[in-house]
Design a protein around this ligand. Structure first.
Ligand code: BGC
Ligand code: BGC
Length: 825
């Protein structure tokens, strides 16, 4: 007999989660006006803005303020609705074809432009996340992520990179890059830490300015916005890196004075370089979503700082403001958002804004101001004068981007960004004629070295072959050794036949982006465990060890530092792995990279107090050279091992994405295991269709629609069976959150390792039918009674038969939380 015990208050309201105490505000401080380049053509541009605006219908104006995503809009639709802009999101190439050619990009751009111009329309603007290269385009050169550029701290280099990226973006028919991120990131737990140049506002300011100059061209120069340049974006306004505990899209609980004096640094730099657009932040400031903060978006950014370009909202971010949805948020427009990024809901966004403009809920003066700003930027950027994207002067680059000069630049950036943390006994530089053992799968994983925002949004689901022309760290070391008459051998686990002169052990973080990269602390990532054991073994064998860490943030790696003779923080170096070899082997060069963030001496992240970390192993600015006498610490204190591991009594299976070693699958009797992809996935018979969905942040949930006439399963499974006996003995439950969309007609079973209709599982039906429609419920099923004996491969299986649909997120093993619906047999 199955019995279901329901507990109190089952629904977790997302509203309750966002409630945060508002800080008592002292009177708003004045913000200095941003230094903005003087433009000789201002008066002409303004006259033209007014003249175009005066000829536009309300429908055309509203259309300018909407941006749709290329997956969800055709050129004809964009034209018919007068859309001001389109974007392609992370991992969204033309026709969804990951290996789309440059001609595919250009011809899509041609079509969008041609449709927008019909009937004398305003040219459409296409934006893309070119955040470390034209990273959604197959074959483009991938530069080191911003954190690495912060380590290099070389404005000239940053500007050159901006220029190269702009040329690539432009050559593919696109005019606008959603870059640079100018966050001052306080807490490296944040999954976007690597998009930030530094925790030091001065570095952020300087490099933001350099990157914008590179992307757009120097203010006032004849080629500003010329054939090889694009419009840049300073993002995400403001305080994205200041959120409490480094939570992505979280709440920045800081004073306005601190916003101004610390977190605004990059905007001052970017505006000085004439940045034309600003993207609002998903995050909140003192409990209120930035997208509806009129004071900051309008009074501060536009009026006091003097920014005269336009403000674009972030991906469905308006929907997070109270009383708003992804397509309806007059409060955001009234607060100062000029263009709404409404990826798939662009049509509804257009319609609701039109209605609000007609009813006066959004004043016409606000619409006119927003459209004037958009027109101003389009005029300045020369969009009206352009020919079809495929005929632009930058476009005859018929070769896919990724030419030798650009690769050399990326390689130089790698060299400049590496930070040498330790070099005992001057183990580095290695002799190129020696025998080097290169250890760890990370050494030959391009996906790992390029990180998130690389062909896919998360940087996952790619293989080396997706990055033609890229060089792994291993390949770089092999080439260098070979050229000098030495040799390099690879070993995944550090075992060798021929005793090497030295070993290079590479390990680090797996790719992630945005909130999926948030971590509970700075403990070393799972790969470090094996690397540490290997390094200890090599050391015991008398082999000198050089550790190379690939990471999007500083991490607590004191045991690994102690086990290695030399230690290099390589960040996420991008596609040109030779840059690492350049620095490991003796040659004319020396390390010059310096830490852009303090380096932690314990898994707990340092707290920034008055701009200084309260504890750190190495301060910002630390970094050794080969020539210097300083060799770094021989031994550093280690945190107790229990603290070094991520232990909070929970085992996460799915947290904004399936977590290693688990993956999400779909299965039915025709195909038992279809791996869920980042887009839509389905069983061959369409008995089950799964797409990403939003719960707390975007794409942290899976939406499953059971449609067919046969049972189908959504499940999480690991390649190797996992021993969960201890979790069961410890009283943990299988816990997850669900929201029912269409109630089930038949049983819905929750099971472990079950197949078919999962007859051995617990029936979720009654709990689901009690759940309030549209609300999230937390469900807990004690492992005891659910687990078969022995290790399991699939600790979470939902089996049902359509029609039925739900969303599920946050699957974990933990003590049943209060308020959960507890399922027992
Ligand atoms: C990110 C932005 C990005 C946008 C478009 C959002 O999720 O926060 O940085 O520009 O998506 O891809
Ligand atoms: C990213 C987009 C991405 C999307 C996933 C957004 O947050 O910024 O670029 O494609 O989520 O659908």
């Amino acid at each position: 007999m199955r019995r279901i015990r329901s507990a109190l208050l089952a629904v977790t309201s997302s509203l309750a989660l966002c409630a945060a105490p508002a800080l008592a505000q002292s009177p708003a401080p004045a913000w200095p006006r941003a230094e903005r380049p003087v433009r000789a053509d201002d008066a002409k541009v303004e006259a033209r803005v007014r003249s175009i605006l005066s000829r536009m219908s309300l429908e055309q104006k509203v259309g300018q303020m909407i941006q749709g995503e290329i997956k969800a809009i055709t050129p004809e639709e964009a034209g018919a609705y007068y859309l001001g802009s389109i974007l392609n999101g992370g991992g969204s190439p033309p026709d969804g074809h990951a290996h789309a050619s440059i001609d595919d990009w250009r011809s899509l751009a041609d079509r969008f432009r041609a449709e927008s111009l019909k009937g004398g329309g305003v040219p459409i603007l296409w934006g893309t996340d070119a955040v470390h290269g034209h990273n959604n385009m197959f074959g483009a050169v991938l530069f080191p992520h911003n954190i690495a550029l912060g380590a290099a701290n070389d404005p000239g280099l940053t500007e050159q990179i901006g220029r190269a990226v702009a040329a690539d973006v432009r050559s593919s028919g696109i005019d606008w890059a959603f870059a640079p991120t100018v966050a001052v990131a306080d807490n490296p737990r944040w999954g976007r830490t690597y998009e930030s140049f530094s925790e030091d506002p001065a570095i952020v300011r300087r490099l933001a300015e350099a990157m914008v100059r590179g992307l757009q061209g120097a203010p006032g120069a004849p080629d500003q916005f010329g054939a090889d340049h694009v419009i840049a974006t300073a993002k995400h306004f403001i305080g994205d890196g200041a959120t409490r505990d480094g939570v992505d899209q979280g709440d920045a609980q800081v004073s306005e004075a601190l916003l101004r004096d610390r977190y605004a640094a990059g905007y001052y730099g970017a505006i000085r370089a004439d940045v034309q657009t600003v993207m609002a932040s998903f995050s909140s400031w003192n409990g209120e979503k930035m997208h509806v903060q009129k004071h900051l978006l309008t009074d501060v950014l536009k009026d006091q700082m003097g920014f005269d370009g336009f403000v674009v909202s972030d991906w469905n971010a308006i929907g997070q403001a109270p009383g708003c949805s992804n397509f309806d948020c007059p409060a955001a427009i009234n607060a100062g958002i000029d263009m709404i990024m409404a990826p798939s809901d662009w049509k509804a966004a257009y319609e609701s804004l039109l209605t609000q403009a007609k009813s006066g809920a959004v004043p016409l003066s606000r619409i006119d101001d927003a459209v004037s700003r958009i027109l101003r930027v389009k005029i300045r950027a020369g969009l009206f004068e352009e020919g079809p994207p495929s005929t632009r002067s930058g476009a005859p680059r018929t070769e896919a981007p990724g030419g030798a000069a650009e690769r050399d630049l990326a390689r130089q950036a790698v060299r400049e960004s590496l930070v040498l943390l330790k070099n005992r006994g001057h183990v580095l530089p290695l002799s190129p004629t020696s025998h080097i053992l290169v250890v760890g799968e990370a050494a030959r994983s391009i996906p790992q070295q390029v990180g998130g925002w690389s062909l896919t949004w998360q940087g996952s689901e790619t293989v080396n072959a997706d990055f033609p022309g890229a060089t792994s760290l291993l390949a770089g070391i092999e080439q260098a050794a070979k050229a000098a008459g030495g040799q390099a051998a690879f070993s995944a686990d550090g075992r060798f036949e021929h005793r090497p002169d030295a070993a290079v052990v590479v390990f680090g973080e797996e790719p992630y982006a945005e909130g999926r990269g948030d971590v509970p602390d700075l403990a070393a990532p799972p790969q470090a465990e094996q690397a540490l054991a290997i390094m200890k073994r090599l050391k015991a064998q008398g082999v000198p060890v050089v550790a190379v860490l690939l990471s999007g943030r500083p991490l607590y790696v004191s045991p690994e530092l102690n086990a290695a003779d030399a230690f290099v923080a390589a960040w996420l170096p991008g596609a040109e792995g030779e840059g690492v070899a350049d620095m490991l082997f003796a040659g004319p060069r020396d390390f010059s990279g310096r830490l852009p963030f303090p380096w932690p001496d314990q898994p707990a992240p340092p707290k920034i107090v008055d701009g200084r970390p309260d504890h750190a192993l190495f301060q910002i600015g630390y970094g050794l050279t080969l020539k210097g006498a300083e060799q770094g610490p021989d031994h550093v204190a280690e945190a107790p091992p229990s603290a070094a591991r991520r232990a909070d009594g929970r085992i996460r299976l799915y947290d904004r994405g399936a977590l290693s070693p688990y993956r999400a699958y779909l299965g039915d009797d025709q195909d038992p295991a279809v791996a869920a992809s980042s887009g839509e996935s389905h069983t061959p018979s369409l008995s089950l269709v799964v797409t990403p969905a939003d719960h707390r942040v975007q794409e942290d949930a899976l939406k499953a629609v059971w449609r067919g006439d046969r049972p189908a399963r959504l499940y999480l499974a690991a390649a190797e069976p996992q021993d969960l006996a201890a979790a069961s003995a410890g009283g943990l439950s299988l816990v997850f959150e669900v929201r029912v969309e269409a109630p089930p007609a038949g049983p819905v079973r929750l099971g472990v390792d079950c197949t078919g209709a999962c007859p051995s599982g617990l029936d979720l039906g009654p709990a689901l039918s009690r759940a309030p429609r549209g609300g999230w419920v937390t469900i807990a099923a004690p492992l005891k009674g659910l687990l078969p004996s022995g290790p399991v491969r699939a600790p979470f299986v939902l089996a049902a038969q359509g029609p039925f649909s739900l969303e599920v997120s946050d699957v974990r093993l933990e003590a049943a939380p209060g308020g959960a619906e507890v399922l027992t047999r």
